[in-house]
Design a protein around this ligand. Structure first.
Ligand code: ATP
Ligand code: MG
Length: 137
């Protein structure tokens, strides 16, 4: 079993899409091993996205991610990292397949409703950023 970090981003939480997104996660067969609402500070968002600090969208992205509450979760399934990214669809909602989470709930390439880890190493870092081992139940 593999674990990945999922975030329901502030745009989707504000629009009250957390419920429908969690429903899709459970319907797809993931087990939710941890879940919490968080309102990140700018510094906390910068720490989370440190790998992107040289990207042109870094300031805007971290302002957005600290603009309101988000929901952070650890999802578990066989091949959870790939499986969750497939369920989300492409980063840009306009390029995500019909019926994917980002196509249905995202607004644009930045405000794209959800986040998912992209590799085992990032999943370990990102899970540890929000949850201690004792929190994963
Ligand atoms: P995530 O890491 O959130 O799961 P991703 O792996 O599909 O998404 P990344 O390239 O890691 O995409 O970018 C991280 C986040 O930065 C994106 O989810 C999006 O919110 C934002 N982002 C990515 N590209 C752009 C862009 N060109 N302009 C504005 N924001 C962007
Ligand atoms: Mg990414």
């Amino acid at each position: 079993m593999e674990r990945t970090l999922a975030i329901i981003k502030p745009d989707a939480v504000e629009k009250q899409f957390a419920g429908p997104i969690i429903q899709r996660i459970e319907a797809a067969g993931f087990r939710i091993r941890a879940m919490r609402r968080v309102h990140l500070s700018k510094a906390e968002a910068e720490g989370f996205y440190a790998v992107h600090r040289e990207r042109p969208f870094f300031a805007s992205l971290t302002a957005f991610m600290s603009s309101g509450p988000a929901v952070v979760m650890v999802l578990e399934a066989d091949g959870a990292i790939r499986k969750w990214r497939d369920l989300m669809g492409a980063t840009d909602p306009s390029k995500a397949p019909a019926g994917s989470i980002r196509a249905d709930f995202g607004s644009n390439i930045e405000r794209n409703a959800t986040h998912g880890s992209d590799a085992p190493e990032t999943a370990a870092f990102e899970t540890g950023y929000f949850f201690a081992g004792v929190d994963l139940v």
